[in-house]
Design a protein around this ligand. Structure first.
Ligand SMILES: Nc1ncnc2c1ncn2[C@@H]1O[C@H](COP(=O)(O)OP(=O)(O)OP(=O)(O)O)[C@@H](O)[C@H]1O
Length: 261
Protein backbone atom coordinates (compact mmCIF):
# COMPACT_ATOMS: atom_id res chain seq x y z
CA UNK A 1 0.00 0.00 0.00
CA UNK A 2 1.05 3.61 -0.45
CA UNK A 3 1.39 5.59 2.76
CA UNK A 4 1.01 9.36 3.08
CA UNK A 5 3.71 11.18 1.15
CA UNK A 6 4.83 14.77 0.82
CA UNK A 7 4.55 17.34 -0.50
CA UNK A 8 1.11 18.29 0.66
CA UNK A 9 0.01 21.89 0.25
CA UNK A 10 1.25 24.14 3.02
CA UNK A 11 3.32 21.49 4.77
CA UNK A 12 6.98 21.47 5.62
CA UNK A 13 9.48 19.27 3.87
CA UNK A 14 9.79 15.84 5.46
CA UNK A 15 12.80 15.12 7.67
CA UNK A 16 12.77 11.50 6.52
CA UNK A 17 12.17 10.54 2.93
CA UNK A 18 12.48 7.03 1.53
CA UNK A 19 11.53 6.08 -2.01
CA UNK A 20 11.43 2.51 -3.16
CA UNK A 21 13.72 1.51 -0.34
CA UNK A 22 14.67 -2.17 -0.30
CA UNK A 23 17.02 -4.29 1.73
CA UNK A 24 18.00 -7.91 1.26
CA UNK A 25 20.28 -10.26 3.13
CA UNK A 26 21.53 -12.69 0.53
CA UNK A 27 18.45 -13.97 -1.30
CA UNK A 28 16.07 -12.88 1.43
CA UNK A 29 14.30 -9.60 0.78
CA UNK A 30 13.57 -8.00 4.18
CA UNK A 31 12.44 -4.52 3.13
CA UNK A 32 10.56 -4.47 -0.11
CA UNK A 33 10.30 -1.11 -1.90
CA UNK A 34 9.13 1.16 0.92
CA UNK A 35 8.11 4.76 0.44
CA UNK A 36 8.02 6.78 3.64
CA UNK A 37 7.93 10.44 4.64
CA UNK A 38 8.07 11.66 8.22
CA UNK A 39 7.22 15.30 8.92
CA UNK A 40 9.21 17.50 11.29
CA UNK A 41 7.99 16.86 14.81
CA UNK A 42 5.78 13.95 13.80
CA UNK A 43 5.55 10.93 16.13
CA UNK A 44 5.29 7.76 14.06
CA UNK A 45 4.96 4.26 15.49
CA UNK A 46 5.97 1.21 13.50
CA UNK A 47 4.19 -2.01 14.41
CA UNK A 48 4.89 -5.44 13.05
CA UNK A 49 5.42 -9.03 13.93
CA UNK A 50 8.84 -10.37 14.76
CA UNK A 51 10.94 -10.56 11.60
CA UNK A 52 8.78 -8.10 9.64
CA UNK A 53 11.77 -5.80 9.08
CA UNK A 54 11.17 -3.08 11.70
CA UNK A 55 14.69 -3.05 13.09
CA UNK A 56 16.22 -3.24 9.63
CA UNK A 57 14.27 -0.12 8.65
CA UNK A 58 15.19 1.70 11.85
CA UNK A 59 18.87 0.81 11.49
CA UNK A 60 18.85 2.23 8.00
CA UNK A 61 17.46 5.50 9.31
CA UNK A 62 20.02 5.49 12.10
CA UNK A 63 22.60 4.96 9.38
CA UNK A 64 23.97 1.98 11.22
CA UNK A 65 23.38 -0.13 8.19
CA UNK A 66 24.04 0.25 4.49
CA UNK A 67 21.49 2.22 2.49
CA UNK A 68 23.09 0.84 -0.68
CA UNK A 69 23.07 4.19 -2.48
CA UNK A 70 19.26 4.28 -2.51
CA UNK A 71 16.93 7.25 -2.42
CA UNK A 72 17.07 7.90 1.33
CA UNK A 73 17.06 11.31 3.02
CA UNK A 74 17.58 11.51 6.76
CA UNK A 75 18.71 14.41 8.94
CA UNK A 76 22.26 14.43 10.25
CA UNK A 77 20.98 15.32 13.73
CA UNK A 78 19.55 11.99 14.79
CA UNK A 79 19.78 9.78 17.84
CA UNK A 80 18.78 6.23 18.70
CA UNK A 81 17.57 4.59 21.89
CA UNK A 82 17.67 0.80 21.88
CA UNK A 83 15.94 -1.80 24.00
CA UNK A 84 19.05 -1.97 26.19
CA UNK A 85 20.73 1.24 27.27
CA UNK A 86 24.17 0.39 25.84
CA UNK A 87 25.98 2.45 28.46
CA UNK A 88 29.72 2.01 28.89
CA UNK A 89 30.11 0.57 32.40
CA UNK A 90 33.54 2.12 32.94
CA UNK A 91 32.29 5.66 32.41
CA UNK A 92 30.14 7.59 34.84
CA UNK A 93 26.57 8.39 33.87
CA UNK A 94 27.28 11.98 32.82
CA UNK A 95 30.24 10.92 30.67
CA UNK A 96 28.07 8.36 28.93
CA UNK A 97 25.55 11.08 28.14
CA UNK A 98 28.06 13.28 26.34
CA UNK A 99 30.20 10.51 24.88
CA UNK A 100 31.64 11.50 21.52
CA UNK A 101 30.54 15.13 21.80
CA UNK A 102 32.97 18.07 21.84
CA UNK A 103 34.24 18.73 25.37
CA UNK A 104 33.17 22.33 25.92
CA UNK A 105 30.58 22.63 28.70
CA UNK A 106 30.11 18.86 28.46
CA UNK A 107 29.39 18.37 32.14
CA UNK A 108 26.89 21.23 32.15
CA UNK A 109 25.09 19.83 29.11
CA UNK A 110 24.98 16.35 30.58
CA UNK A 111 23.58 17.70 33.84
CA UNK A 112 20.84 19.61 32.00
CA UNK A 113 19.82 16.53 29.99
CA UNK A 114 19.90 14.30 33.06
CA UNK A 115 17.75 16.83 34.93
CA UNK A 116 15.19 16.62 32.13
CA UNK A 117 14.88 12.88 32.57
CA UNK A 118 14.75 13.15 36.38
CA UNK A 119 18.24 11.86 37.08
CA UNK A 120 19.98 14.85 38.64
CA UNK A 121 20.87 12.68 41.61
CA UNK A 122 22.63 10.06 39.45
CA UNK A 123 24.98 12.28 37.45
CA UNK A 124 28.14 10.75 38.95
CA UNK A 125 26.81 7.20 39.33
CA UNK A 126 28.31 4.17 37.60
CA UNK A 127 25.98 2.58 35.02
CA UNK A 128 25.95 -0.78 36.78
CA UNK A 129 24.30 0.82 39.82
CA UNK A 130 21.33 2.08 37.78
CA UNK A 131 17.92 0.41 37.68
CA UNK A 132 16.58 -0.63 34.28
CA UNK A 133 14.38 2.46 34.13
CA UNK A 134 17.23 4.75 35.15
CA UNK A 135 19.49 3.22 32.51
CA UNK A 136 16.87 3.90 29.82
CA UNK A 137 16.42 7.44 31.14
CA UNK A 138 20.17 7.89 30.78
CA UNK A 139 19.94 6.58 27.22
CA UNK A 140 17.19 9.13 26.56
CA UNK A 141 19.36 11.91 28.03
CA UNK A 142 22.22 10.77 25.77
CA UNK A 143 19.86 11.07 22.81
CA UNK A 144 18.46 14.43 23.91
CA UNK A 145 21.81 16.10 24.39
CA UNK A 146 22.41 15.60 20.66
CA UNK A 147 19.38 17.78 19.91
CA UNK A 148 18.08 15.31 17.32
CA UNK A 149 15.75 16.28 14.53
CA UNK A 150 14.98 12.58 14.32
CA UNK A 151 14.70 10.36 17.38
CA UNK A 152 14.68 6.64 16.66
CA UNK A 153 13.30 4.43 19.41
CA UNK A 154 13.82 0.69 18.94
CA UNK A 155 11.52 -0.91 21.52
CA UNK A 156 13.14 1.15 24.27
CA UNK A 157 10.56 0.15 26.89
CA UNK A 158 10.19 -3.54 26.07
CA UNK A 159 12.51 -4.79 28.81
CA UNK A 160 10.95 -2.64 31.55
CA UNK A 161 8.24 -3.65 34.00
CA UNK A 162 4.75 -2.35 33.28
CA UNK A 163 4.78 0.52 35.78
CA UNK A 164 8.21 1.75 34.74
CA UNK A 165 7.05 1.53 31.14
CA UNK A 166 4.09 3.80 31.89
CA UNK A 167 6.39 6.32 33.52
CA UNK A 168 8.75 6.17 30.55
CA UNK A 169 5.89 6.79 28.15
CA UNK A 170 4.92 9.92 30.06
CA UNK A 171 8.54 11.02 30.05
CA UNK A 172 8.97 10.46 26.32
CA UNK A 173 5.80 12.39 25.56
CA UNK A 174 6.94 15.26 27.77
CA UNK A 175 10.38 15.33 26.12
CA UNK A 176 8.81 15.14 22.69
CA UNK A 177 6.48 18.05 23.49
CA UNK A 178 9.40 20.10 24.81
CA UNK A 179 11.84 19.39 21.95
CA UNK A 180 9.63 18.30 19.06
CA UNK A 181 11.92 15.91 17.24
CA UNK A 182 10.38 13.66 14.63
CA UNK A 183 10.10 10.25 16.30
CA UNK A 184 10.01 6.76 14.84
CA UNK A 185 9.09 4.26 17.52
CA UNK A 186 9.41 0.55 16.78
CA UNK A 187 7.11 -1.46 19.00
CA UNK A 188 5.15 -4.70 19.24
CA UNK A 189 2.63 -3.05 21.52
CA UNK A 190 -0.55 -1.83 19.84
CA UNK A 191 -1.68 0.13 22.92
CA UNK A 192 1.68 1.84 23.17
CA UNK A 193 1.55 2.82 19.51
CA UNK A 194 -1.97 4.21 19.78
CA UNK A 195 -1.24 6.08 22.98
CA UNK A 196 1.96 7.76 21.82
CA UNK A 197 1.87 8.25 18.07
CA UNK A 198 0.35 10.68 15.58
CA UNK A 199 0.50 7.97 12.95
CA UNK A 200 0.82 4.20 13.15
CA UNK A 201 2.31 2.15 10.34
CA UNK A 202 2.07 -1.62 10.16
CA UNK A 203 4.89 -3.49 8.49
CA UNK A 204 4.46 -7.06 7.28
CA UNK A 205 7.07 -8.92 5.24
CA UNK A 206 8.91 -5.70 4.51
CA UNK A 207 5.91 -3.74 3.19
CA UNK A 208 3.49 -1.32 4.78
CA UNK A 209 0.10 -2.99 5.05
CA UNK A 210 -1.72 -0.36 7.10
CA UNK A 211 -1.49 3.28 8.04
CA UNK A 212 -3.63 4.83 10.76
CA UNK A 213 -3.48 8.55 11.39
CA UNK A 214 -4.61 9.44 14.91
CA UNK A 215 -6.13 12.91 14.95
CA UNK A 216 -7.61 12.75 18.44
CA UNK A 217 -5.70 14.12 21.38
CA UNK A 218 -3.63 11.68 23.34
CA UNK A 219 -5.76 10.37 26.15
CA UNK A 220 -8.87 10.21 24.02
CA UNK A 221 -10.33 7.04 25.55
CA UNK A 222 -13.74 7.39 27.07
CA UNK A 223 -14.36 3.89 28.42
CA UNK A 224 -15.50 3.85 32.02
CA UNK A 225 -12.60 1.60 32.92
CA UNK A 226 -10.37 4.62 32.50
CA UNK A 227 -11.18 6.11 35.89
CA UNK A 228 -10.69 2.83 37.67
CA UNK A 229 -7.38 2.37 35.94
CA UNK A 230 -6.29 5.86 36.86
CA UNK A 231 -7.24 5.31 40.51
CA UNK A 232 -5.34 2.04 40.65
CA UNK A 233 -2.31 3.62 39.04
CA UNK A 234 -2.51 6.51 41.50
CA UNK A 235 -2.47 3.96 44.32
CA UNK A 236 0.69 2.57 42.78
CA UNK A 237 2.26 6.02 42.71
CA UNK A 238 1.92 6.61 38.95
CA UNK A 239 0.42 10.01 38.28
CA UNK A 240 -1.92 9.85 35.33
CA UNK A 241 -3.36 13.27 34.61
CA UNK A 242 -6.23 13.57 32.16
CA UNK A 243 -4.96 13.23 28.62
CA UNK A 244 -2.08 11.05 29.69
CA UNK A 245 -0.79 7.81 28.35
CA UNK A 246 -2.55 5.89 31.11
CA UNK A 247 -5.85 7.35 29.91
CA UNK A 248 -5.06 6.35 26.39
CA UNK A 249 -4.28 2.72 27.11
CA UNK A 250 -7.41 2.33 29.19
CA UNK A 251 -9.47 2.01 26.05
CA UNK A 252 -7.53 -1.04 24.91
CA UNK A 253 -5.99 -1.84 21.55
CA UNK A 254 -7.50 -1.41 18.15
CA UNK A 255 -6.39 -4.75 16.75
CA UNK A 256 -4.15 -3.22 14.12
CA UNK A 257 -2.00 -6.30 13.93
CA UNK A 258 -4.98 -8.53 13.37
CA UNK A 259 -6.25 -6.18 10.70
CA UNK A 260 -2.93 -6.48 8.93
CA UNK A 261 -3.08 -10.23 8.60
N1 LIG B 1 22.42 -8.92 9.28
C1 LIG B 1 21.49 -9.80 8.88
N2 LIG B 1 21.80 -10.87 8.13
C2 LIG B 1 20.86 -11.74 7.72
N3 LIG B 1 19.56 -11.62 8.00
C3 LIG B 1 19.18 -10.59 8.73
C4 LIG B 1 20.11 -9.62 9.23
N4 LIG B 1 19.43 -8.68 9.95
C5 LIG B 1 18.13 -9.07 9.91
N5 LIG B 1 17.98 -10.20 9.19
C6 LIG B 1 16.71 -10.88 8.91
O1 LIG B 1 15.80 -9.94 8.42
C7 LIG B 1 14.49 -10.18 8.90
C8 LIG B 1 13.93 -8.94 9.56
O2 LIG B 1 14.68 -8.67 10.72
P1 LIG B 1 14.37 -7.42 11.65
O3 LIG B 1 15.35 -7.49 12.79
O4 LIG B 1 14.36 -6.18 10.85
O5 LIG B 1 12.90 -7.76 12.12
P2 LIG B 1 12.02 -7.11 13.26
O6 LIG B 1 10.69 -6.81 12.67
O7 LIG B 1 12.74 -5.95 13.86
O8 LIG B 1 11.91 -8.30 14.29
P3 LIG B 1 11.82 -8.26 15.91
O9 LIG B 1 10.53 -7.64 16.23
O10 LIG B 1 11.90 -9.71 16.27
O11 LIG B 1 13.00 -7.48 16.39
C9 LIG B 1 14.61 -11.37 9.84
O12 LIG B 1 14.20 -12.52 9.14
C10 LIG B 1 16.08 -11.43 10.18
O13 LIG B 1 16.47 -12.76 10.43
Amino acid sequence: MTVSLFPRVGQLQPVVRLRGFSRAFGETVVIDGLDLDIAPGEFVALLGHSGSGKTTLLRTLANLDQADGQDVTIPSARAVVFQDSRLLPWKRVWKNVVLGLPGRRARERAEAALAEVGLSHRVDAWPLTLSGGEAQRTALARALVREPQLLLLDEPFAALDALTRLRMHELVLNLWRAHRPAVLLVTHDVDEAIALADRVLVLAKGRFVAEERIEAERGRRTASVRDLRRRLLAHLGVTAPSGSYADAVAGGGAGLLEAAE
